[in-house]
Design a protein around this ligand. Sequence first.
Ligand SMILES: Nc1nc2c(ncn2[C@@H]2O[C@H](COP(=O)(O)OP(=O)(O)OP(=O)(O)O)[C@@H](O)[C@H]2O)c(=O)[nH]1
Length: 280
Amino acid sequence: MAIQWFPGHMAKAKREVAEKLKLVDFVIELVDARAPLSSQNPMLHEILQEKPKMMVMMKKDLADPNVTKQWLEKTKKQGIPSIAIEANKKQDVQQVIHMAKELGKEKMEKLKAKGVRPRASRAMIIGIPNVGKSTLINRLANKKIAQTGDKPGVTKQQQWIKVKKEFELLDTPGILWPKFEEEEVGYRLAAIGTIKDQILPKEDVAAYVLDYMKNHYSSLLDERYGFSGYDDIMDAFETIGKKRGCLESGGHINFEKVSDIVLQDLRGGKLGHVSFELPE
Ligand SMILES: Nc1nc2c(ncn2[C@@H]2O[C@H](COP(=O)(O)OP(=O)(O)OP(=O)(O)O)[C@@H](O)[C@H]2O)c(=O)[nH]1
């Protein structure tokens, strides 16, 4: 696979997360509900060691609810407190707070048993780019938190956001890059918009989405574009192109425009609820 992050950046990100981890009692890992496995970073497991974590599957409004339910069952079986949310739903955010408070409480009780004076438990949010880290931090803080620390030359002290009396959150998230040794993982992440469109050719990503939907969500394909199957991917591009006015002079289809339409439809939820991976 041609995609490779610059190893220096990976090492720096890992170091930064490991530093911040020392400040917290537990971690809130964010993954994308449409691809909960591909949107994790296996490195987290290594640096977390014994630190407890809970998992929040973001963007559940775009994912297939039946598949999300299976993922939640799986992670809960693994002993990881997990929840799927839509960041704009207040009751979903309240449930995150409740879960975090419970996890923090366990940790505080352990400390209390060792004779440490009780204090608010502390957590940080970790996840890959674009998964929704800032959105969730702002929702938990109930206001917009400036991300000035990310700009070069701006030094910023770590700040704690008081979410509830018993629970505080670090105001900057930990960012870890996704890891893809398998080609399919790269396409899944590109489809959901985690990898920038410049990295994998968008026509290839759109073709991946159409093929995936043909095999798993043919009725959604039919609802949006009026076909549920095809023998040749070119036919699919042509049908969508004709329908949506992506014709160039001479009557040729503009494949780039068709790809933009497919990816925008998918990421904006217009293709319906689509999940790109199932638990084994
Ligand atoms: N549909 C949907 N969109 C969401 C949800 N949560 C976040 N988003 C959107 O996802 C996009 C990325 O969110 P951010 O909060 O900027 O993600 P981030 O992880 O902080 O991204 P980086 O700064 O790149 O690391 C934004 O357009 C959000 O509006 C959700 O639950 N549902």
